[in-house]
Design a protein around this ligand. Structure first.
Ligand code: PLP
Length: 427
């Protein structure tokens, strides 16, 4: 069958499709699996209990359940949920927002797809066609964006600068002068986008970096998309107490209910200027009619009452902080004696490990580990938006580890990883 350009672009040979297919293929049946790969959040009993209790209330409350399953919401989302969010964000963060600034999508992943293709791609300006692009100023960046452009070459990116520290850690930073120069020299940038906290690296852009990027966005009259899937005020998987949440009319803030335990309820929240919210609602109307309402219904009273935020702060954040600490401890224990660096664990559910001794690519290393049942994600996938990355010193030397699984699996998975890394060492 001959698919359209759109069909071929989105179903063809893409990194994420290959990765998903490969992650989906199980290791041999007699091999124990150490699941350090995918993006699932941990299942935390205290958090699960809250959702069960909300669901029970919905089931018991008159025709609430029937109305929830038997009625479409409007394309912007559930009116009551959006109203509640507007007043929540206004009160808690002092933002000047109303219902016109909020739109609900079927997960923040589809929201990103809408936003990228709304802003970038071929457009007509003053009678002239130009291909507008999304700029990712902090690569390595979330692989889930890499193939979301409907047209080819819609994404460009700039490699992160990095600093190394003596305790086998390092940290990425946006190369701000480079970003500034790039924007000055290229008038085809439609928006910038960063994940904060970052998937895959666990980096949290500093307040200064975000403010500077937002000031560049303002100066160039383009939006700054901040993907806050792991950030404040929920799930609050962010360990840097100084990090603040920012929003203004130059920012498109993307949030999600997934990483606080509701990934299968597919609820993404976009906060943006009304013009963008209206456009996203229209897209949602055409593409999906409406977004699913279960996540909004389950979260409504939990957000309104402050319980979700309190749970994020008191349960979710400490849970991941402790896991993150243990994961780093295991890495330092088992990788000792090798030339390795761990990215500072500032947030998200991932640890980014750089193995400079590795004598094979991280893609090959991933396959070696998979045979032993250890599933991680090879680093190459997170370098996209240009072809200069093959020369980046981290390009084929990193893996992403999801540290949310049970401690014994995490420790043994890392032990096996270190054992194989030593076997693959160039030294
Ligand atoms: N953004 C980032 C940085 C993510 O890691 C993910 C999921 O892993 C998403 C967005 C998509 O989340 P969802 O569509 O479940 O809201």
């Amino acid at each position: 069958m001959n698919f359209s350009d759109f069909g071929q672009k989105l179903t063809g040979d893409s990194g994420i499709l290959r990765l998903m297919a490969d992650l989906g293929e199980k290791p041999p049946a007699d091999v124990k699996v150490y699941p350090l790969g995918g993006g699932n959040p941990a299942q935390i009993p205290e958090v699960e209990k809250l959702y069960r209790s909300e669901m029970e209330k919905i089931l018991k409350d008159g025709r609430m359940f029937e109305n929830l399953i038997g009625r479409y919401d409007g394309p912007q989302g559930n009116v009551e949920f959006i109203k509640m969010l507007a007043s929540f964000f206004k009160k808690r963060f002092g933002w000047n927002i109303t219902e016109e600034n909020i739109c609900i999508a079927n997960g923040s992943q589809s929201a990103c797809f809408y936003i990228f293709n709304l802003l970038a791609g071929t457009g007509t300006e003053n009678g002239k066609k130009t291909l507008k692009k999304i700029l990712f100023p902090l690569v390595p960046e979330y692989v889930g964006y890499a193939d979301q452009g409907i047209e080819k070459d819609m994404f460009v990116s700039l490699p992160s600068r990095f600093e190394e520290y003596e305790d086998h850690t390092f940290k990425y930073f946006t190369d701000l002068p480079k970003v500034k120069d790039y924007l000055m020299q290229h008038d085809d940038v439609a928006a910038m986008c960063v994940s904060r906290p970052s998937n895959p690296t666990g980096n949290v852009l500093t307040n200064e970096e975000i403010k500077t990027l937002a000031s560049y966005a303002h100066a160039h009259e383009i939006p700054l998309i901040i993907d806050n899937a792991y950030g404040l005020p929920w799930p609050s998987i962010i360990f840097n107490d100084k990090a603040e949440l920012f929003w203004n009319e130059d920012i498109i803030l993307s949030m999600s209910l997934s990483k606080i335990g509701l990934p299968n309820l597919r609820t993404g929240i976009i906060i943006a200027r009304p013009e963008i919210v209206r456009a996203l609602s229209n897209l949602n109307s055409i593409i999906a009619l409406a977004s699913g309402g279960f996540g909004q219904a389950v979260a409504l009273n939990l957000i309104k009452s402050g319980v979700l935020i309190e749970t994020a702060e008191k349960i979710v954040k400490p849970f991941y902080l402790e896991k993150n600490r243990k994961c780093q401890e295991y890495i330092h224990k088992y990788f000792k004696g090798t030339d390795y660096l761990v990215h500072k664990g500032e947030g998200s559910i991932f640890i980014w490990l750089l193995m400079r001794d590795l004598g094979v690519t991280s893609m090959e290393f991933y396959r070696i580990l998979k045979k032993r049942g250890v599933i991680v994600v090879p680093g190459e996938y997170f370098f996209f938006g240009g072809d200069s990355f093959a020369s980046h010193p981290h390009y084929s030397k990193c893996v992403r580890i999801n540290y949310g699984c049970e401690d014994t699996l995490l420790e043994e998975g890392i032990r096996i990883m270190a054992e194989e890394a030593k076997k693959c060492s160039r030294k």
